[in-house]
Ligand binder design. Structure first.
Ligand SMILES: [Zn+2]
Length: 310
């Protein structure tokens, strides 16, 4: 079998079985703190084994991504080294602890890396049912090149965090993130969302090219965006605790550049409509991920108008 290509640079062969998405030191520390307290869910629905029981594991799941050695070294230097001290302290204390803006930004970069790698289509979970059912980005992938070529993080990449219980809780706002954005130059950009909930910490990694996001909890000072606006000296435990689905991101349709994502009725309706579209089966069985994708509604319409051969 040919070696898989590196998921980050796409050029070099990946090394061995791939690299840990959750770093080994992090898994070791978390496993030492006890079994994972919660069973696995996806979008608020339990992930089930074939027998119908919810997947609940005695230790944290290992996730691997094919990455070459040079990229892995660069990822380590850029995302692990600056964050490791703060993450170790926070993870040992249910994410409580005061840190500077620089440290929180490093924590945000660490979560950005985790979210973007977990969402990669080549991410592989070491548990069959999770591997079959976990969410990965569809269609055109997000930009990974900045992670290893020295560029700053894209200004449309956001990492939102809030203090959470492990209850889903009441949802205050559904933020519909349009999947495709028609740019002023006529090109179409694609958005990506990855949400992670762990005891006391809810994280949303959102790539939203050509759009701004007004996050209601951040607006009220009850949550943070870590990449551009980390707290000056912040302790997550000082923020109000909400259910992890207090603010839910959901991917939607096509809008024009400049669109503002907020908790308004328009955004909400967009997200509901998009949710229905999400249920439609995929078309374009042989599509090329590198090609610009037509918007999802167009793909669905094409299917209605002209059933693909197969
Ligand atoms: Zn590489």
């Amino acid at each position: 079998m040919a070696e898989a290509k590196c998921a980050i640079c796409g050029v070099n062969d990946a090394s061995g079985v791939g690299e840990h998405v959750w770093p080994k030191w992090f898994l070791k520390q978390m496993d030492a703190s006890g079994k994972p307290p919660n069973a696995w869910s996806r979008n608020g629905k339990p992930i089930l084994k074939p027998g119908g029981q919810q997947v609940k594991l005695p230790q944290r799941t290992r996730v691997f991504l094919p990455v070459c050695i040079p990229c892995n070294n660069k990822l380590g230097a850029r995302f692990e080294d600056p964050a490791v001290a703060a993450i170790k302290q926070l993870a040992a204390n249910r994410w409580a602890g005061s840190h500077s803006a620089t440290e929180w930004r490093a924590v945000g970069m660490w979560w950005a890396k985790i979210g973007l790698m977990l969402g990669h289509t080549a991410a592989s979970y070491n548990h069959r049912d999770l591997n079959d059912q976990m969410i990965r980005f569809e269609g055109r992938p997000p930009d990974y090149s900045w992670m290893v070529d020295g560029s700053p993080p894209p200004n449309h990449l956001s990492v939102f965090v809030h203090h959470t219980s492990m209850q889903a809780g009441e949802t205050e706002a559904v933020l519909g993130v349009p999947e495709h954005v028609q740019r002023f130059d006529g090109s179409v950009s694609v958005s990506h969302v990855f949400q992670i909930a762990t005891p006391d910490l809810a994280v949303a990694v959102v790539s939203h090219p050509g759009m701004t996001i007004v996050h209601p909890l951040v607006e009220r000072g009850e949550a943070w965006e870590l990449l551009r606006d980390p707290p000056l000296l912040g302790d997550l435990a000082s923020l109000p605790q909400f259910g992890h689905r207090r603010v839910v991101f959901r991917q939607g349709l096509l809008v024009n550049e400049g669109f503002q994502i907020d908790s308004s009725e328009t955004s909400r309706l967009l997200s509901i409509f998009a949710h229905e579209i999400e249920q439609a089966p995929e078309v374009y069985p042989g599509y090329q991920p590198e090609q610009p994708q037509p918007p999802r509604w167009r793909r669905v319409m094409n299917r209605v108008l002209r059933r693909p051969d197969s």
